[in-house]
Write a protein that binds this ligand. Structure first.
Ligand code: ZN
Length: 267
């Protein structure tokens, strides 16, 4: 579908990762690898084989353990640089082995003879999250900013719901025809997808606020049962993070506050 892009999915399927992490190879003779995924030898071998000695650099959207741990070992085997950003907060979901040779910044262009990738800083899912716009194809590599088939986890403190919504709105300023997500298949109609996600999040946030108005003061665990009563209990441990992110966003607007272990609605 998209001539300049090849996709290889890592064999790390699961609750967080859907069918697995997507690694993208951009270009033919001057290849950029986006998100090598976890350090799985068979997957790195598949990337090297597909790259056919033309891989020139590795870039990562963010440093969660399902996206970047393959970067260092792959760079070592190919003798190419790794580019990305450090996260602001250490959390158990972060890849501590990540050490970029070059730090990428918002608006930076990665120019090659075949194509240009534009770096777009999109904090929210993670503080150091980057999307990459392949200008020639108007295709946005979204990492975990937008997934196909599941809702993105926002885990504070490195994740922020306010930043996430702002980063979704930021994408409206770019010319984008396709989305190439970190998990799941390509998506077209980006405008509709992005609007749906924003609405979905705001609807959930309304439900959080309504539940808080009803419960007045509550533990986050009790609030979870109320707000995520439509979600499979298997996913509740993940939903707990996003619920905390919603509460922090409501707190930023002075609508709720934290009282020791509980959350309460403000007068
Ligand atoms: Zn992630």
């Amino acid at each position: 579908m998209i001539k300049l892009i090849k996709k290889i999915t890592a064999p790390n399927g699961g609750v967080f990762t859907g069918e697995g992490t997507n690694t993208y190879l951009i270009g033919h003779k001057d290849i950029t690898v986006v998100d090598p995924g976890p350090n799985i030898a068979s997957h790195l071998d598949a990337i090297i084989k597909q790259g056919d000695n033309n891989i020139k650099r590795i870039i990562v959207t963010h440093t969660h353990k399902d996206h970047s741990p393959g970067a260092r070992p792959l760079a070592k085997q190919l003798n190419v640089p790794v580019m990305g950003c450090y996260a602001k907060f250490d959390m158990s979901i972060q890849d501590e082995t990540f050490k970029p040779d070059t730090i990428l910044e918002d608006k930076q262009l990665i120019n090659t003879s075949e194509y240009t990738l534009e770096v777009i800083h999109t904090p929210g899912h993670a503080s150091n999250h980057l999307c990459f716009l392949l200008q020639e194809e108007e295709c946005l590599l979204t990492g975990d900013h937008i997934m196909n088939g599941s809702t993105v986890v926002i885990a504070p403190p490195d994740g922020s719901m306010t930043e996430y919504l702002d980063s979704l709105k930021k994408l409206e300023h770019f010319k984008i025809k396709f989305l190439a997500p970190g998990h799941g298949d390509y998506l077209d109609n980006p405008k509709m997808v992005i609007e749906w996600i924003i609405n979905h999040r705001l609807t959930r946030e309304d439900k959080v606020l309504q539940s808080m108005q009803k419960l007045i003061e509550t533990s986050i665990e009790d609030l979870l049962l109320e707000v995520y009563d439509d979600v499979d209990p298997k996913l509740h441990p993940i939903a707990l993070w996003s619920l905390e992110a919603h509460l922090i966003r409501l707190q930023e607007r002075n609508l709720v506050s934290k009282k020791e272990a509980n959350w309460k609605i403000n007068d």
